[in-house]
Design a protein around this ligand. Structure first.
Ligand code: 7TS
Length: 413
């Protein structure tokens, strides 16, 4: 098996769709291993956006003219593609946002009327700040308490803590599907069952799962699923909130104004139909259309194949990195994680690791990964992190390992 071709996924062919991967950085071919932050975009997505601007650019839902009708149809079709991608019943259940953060804020405000004094909101100790800070604020507004499902030594959620934290007082359980800092994939189906047995709303942060594995909202049994289009080959400024129809109907809008209303008088207003009640103002039309093209691209390859390729690459990377003395990997073994590897080299700051790797043309992230409380729990200020996607290869992993040996030499560790 050669590096660019494994288990039916032709990575060489995929790479050809991503012009940025031909870049040379500091004299070396770019190895882009920062996919948890945002993914690269294929030509197909760029072409969908330019085609829209060259042929149909117009505002949606307000013109009877040809261009507006075309823009509206294309934007709505992108919602339908997103619905089919995650197994939603219809496009009414798909709200376009600008990212996962906005999707979760929409809920933290929109579900506010469900929260009162003494109620409880449950998240985990491995949340990204965007599934933590909005709930801290919601708890403050309502006089509710924020509780945490704890993690164990391996970076997995403690079973007894899941059952202990979620009680009849719990109104909202919001849990990350796959951790951006540890790579851990959580058993969200089971957590959802516990949440529902206790009468709670169940929200999943799918920012790191939806781009990398098949995710079906009915199979996981969530009420809401938030994810980012820009992490799954789509343009920046795109995100999605799925909500089960009945749940979205009961959720209050978070941003008010044009296009989200059905009828307005000087005194009051009635809201538009789903999903438009949550998409006030002129949305990111070209971005939504670009996201539709990204979904077509991913589906053309197949999410099972993407997951399999990333698993194989992650196992390979584990083997390579584990041979490096003084390098510590955080989180569970490869079979229990997505293609994210967080690590530290003893005695070397994560930012120095990232900087030396940059000199080798390798893009990784060093820092707290917007999960500061988790980093404190691990007893570190931050970590270096390599994160993979469908276009990464074993050769890039080999270069990563070689560059990390160089880091050790420079710091004489
Ligand atoms: N949830 C998780 C699990 C994430 O990994 C991220 C972004 C977000 C939410 C927020 O997504 P956004 O699109 O609203 O920014 N994670 C990262 C990261 O790991 N490095 O940069 C952003």
């Amino acid at each position: 098996m050669i590096g660019t071709r494994m288990k039916g996924l032709d990575v060489g062919k995929i790479m050809a769709d991503f012009p940025i991967l031909n870049r040379v950085v500091n004299g070396k071919p770019l190895a882009y291993l920062d996919n948890s932050a945002t993914s690269q975009k294929p030509l197909q997505v760029m072409e969908a956006i330019s085609h829209y601007y060259a042929h149909s650019n117009s505002n949606i839902h307000r013109g009877v003219h040809q261009l507006s009708a075309e823009s509206t149809a294309a934007y709505e079709e992108a919602h339908s593609k997103a619905a089919a991608f995650i197994g939603a019943s219809s496009m009414e259940e798909i709200v376009f946002t600008k990212n996962t953060t906005e999707s979760i804020n929409l809920l933290a405000y929109g579900l506010g009327s469900r929260l009162g004094k003494g109620d409880e909101i449950v998240v985990t100790q491995m949340e990204h700040h965007s599934n933590l800070v909005p709930w801290q604020q919601a708890a403050k507004r309502a006089g509710a308490t924020l509780k945490f499902i704890e993690i164990d030594q391996k970076g997995e959620l403690k079973m007894e803590s899941i059952e202990g934290s979620i009680t009849k007082k719990t109104r909202v359980v919001s849990v990350v599907h796959a951790s951006n800092a540890l790579g851990t994939v959580n058993d969200i189906r089971m957590i959802g069952e516990v949440a529902h047995e206790n009468g709670s709303v169940f929200i999943v942060d799918g920012a790191q799962s939806v781009p990398h594995m098949p995710v079906d909202v009915k199979a996981i049994g969530c009420d809401f699923l938030a994810f980012s289009g820009h992490k799954m080959l789509g343009p920046t400024g795109t995100g999605v909130l799925f909500g089960r129809r009945d749940m979205l109907e009961e959720t209050e809008p978070f941003i008010f104004g044009g296009d989200m209303i059905r009828e307005v008088s000087f005194g009051e207003s009635r809201w538009n139909a789903l999903p438009w009640k949550f998409e006030a103002g002129t949305p990111n039309i070209s971005g939504g259309i670009g996201l539709g093209a990204a979904i077509d691209y991913l589906q053309g390859i197949g999410m099972e194949k993407i997951e399999e390729q990333e698993k194989s690459l992650t196992s390979y990377a584990f083997k390579q990195l584990e041979t490096i003395k003084g390098l510590k990997i955080y989180g569970p073994p490869p079979e229990k994680r997505i293609g994210v590897i967080s690590f530290n080299i003893s005695g070397v700051h994560a930012h120095d690791v990232a900087e030396i790797l940059n000199g080798e043309g390798i893009a990784i992230r060093g820092g707290h990964h917007c999960a500061m409380p988790l980093m404190h729990l691990l007893g570190v200020a931050g970590s270096a992190r390599a994160s993979f996607y469908l276009y990464n290869t074993r050769e890039e992993v080999d270069r990563l390992a070689a560059a990390l040996e160089k880091v050790k030499k420079i710091f004489s560790v």
